[in-house]
Design a protein around this ligand. Structure first.
Ligand SMILES: *Cc1c(COP(=O)(O)O)cnc(C)c1O
Length: 379
């Protein structure tokens, strides 16, 4: 059995990364929207079935782009789960709109549709739905509420590329889907992201906002003979260097996912009896959802025992961190948000959760070491 540090996450080394990077550098075309952007975009369209895919510089920027597309402004409200990454909140507050924080469903860590229903006002413009760990949120009631009340769903699908809810690909169920290619995600290019859209008119406008407010994309397609300033905008397109790595990663999407599921399933079976005996709650996946093996977590009986396990594993060279700190009670959440009901399930979820090392080239020996360290921990 090997010893040595087991990191929490490790970017997958895709075969063609160096070859693609060399080709991009040799081509002299390094700014965005070149051949590697086109190739990677096609692969993402294939994986997600999204009619429109726009590569972005990050998932954070794809969320910001969604909020610009909704013309959010002061007085508007967006419902955000308390247990989520900060980008969901900052995309809203950057526009001067208000985050309304709601509680989660402790079985999945995802937004609780009944908490959403209770938080709706005439100012509600959107709900940001994060699929935690690549396990889909309970979409049916959210789609119903969005339809009845006329607001939009923004799927923060940073964890969920290739996942599904009732056979519908994650990221394509709401008006917007946002992906992350940060190097801790299943597919990466260092830093990067994508916006998925099905609406043609929104997609056309997104293309303009992404390119500094100009119709440069139409110009590149030969549809106009010069490009000009049309709308709000920023620079949300990644360079060809990022796209070159992303394209190499996407070539091996099936392998990466299969290896991640190998690790996930090994944990799931290794901990089943032990967890039940010790009152530890395991990550679960409802039957109508295909998850993405983005992460594997356990929920300890309380915060003290969770912290003790993190420390014990660290002493054995195993990096197993907690995750999001609830947004509603964070300093900026108190300043820029409104929390109609205390988010106690989110607080409990966040304070008991521990994530285990999960990456495609984690060996069976290393998985064994993690399992032994967790089940051998005494409390
Ligand atoms: C990583 C992550 C983000 C941010 O992604 P970037 O590409 O780093 O901007 C947003 N939401 C969730 C759920 C994430 O895990």
């Amino acid at each position: 059995m090997t010893t040595g540090r087991i990191s929490f996450s490790r970017p997958y080394p895709a075969l063609r990364e160096m070859k693609n990077l060399r080709a991009a550098l040799d081509s002299g075309h390094l700014h965005g929207d070149g051949p590697f952007t086109k190739a990677a975009t096609t692969k993402l369209r294939h994986i997600t079935s999204a009619p429109h895919v726009l590569l972005t510089t990050s998932c954070t920027h794809a969320l910001e782009l969604s909020c610009i597309l909704l013309d959010l402004g002061p007085g508007d409200e967006v419902i955000v789960p308390s247990f989520a990454f900060t980008s969901a909140a900052t995309a809203v507050t950057l526009r001067g709109a208000t985050c309304v924080f709601v509680d989660i469903d402790p079985d999945t860590g995802n937004v609780d549709p009944s908490a959403v229903a209770d938080a709706i006002t005439h100012r509600t413009r959107a709900v940001i739905v994060m699929h935690y760990g690549g396990v889909a949120a309970d979409m049916a009631p959210l789609l119903y509420l969005a339809d009845v009340h006329g607001f939009h769903l923004i799927e923060d699908n940073a964890h969920g590329l290739g996942g599904a809810w009732q056979d519908r690909p994650l990221g394509t169920i709401g008006t917007f889907g946002t992906q992350s290619f940060h190097d801790t995600k299943n597919i990466h290019c260092g830093e990067g992201g994508a916006l998925l859209l099905s609406d043609d008119i929104l997609a056309e406008r997104a293309e303009i906002i992404r390119e500094k407010g100009t119709d440069r994309a139409r110009f590149l397609r030969g549809l106009v003979d010069k490009y000009s300033w049309w709308d709000h905008g920023s620079s949300y397109l990644p360079s060809e260097l990022n796209a070159a790595v992303l394209d190499a990663q996407l070539d091996e999407f099936a392998t990466i996912q299969a290896e991640r599921h190998r690790v996930w399933s090994a944990y799931a079976s290794a901990f089943s009896d032990w967890a039940d005996r010790r009152g530890v709650r395991r990550m679960t996946v409802p039957p109508d959802r295909e998850h993405t093996a983005h992460l594997y977590y356990l929920r300890m009986p309380d915060e003290a025992r969770r912290d003790a396990l993190i420390t014990d594993l660290a002493e054995q060279g195993i990096v197993a961190p907690f995750h999001y700190v609830p947004l509603d009670t964070s300093p900026a959440g108190l300043k820029y948000g409104r929390t109609p009901e205390p988010c106690s399930r989110s607080a409990e979820f966040a304070s008991t959760l521990i994530r285990l090392p999960l990456w495609p080239t984690l060996t069976d020996d290393q998985i064994g070491r993690v399992v032994d360290a967790v089940t051998g921990h005494s409390w």
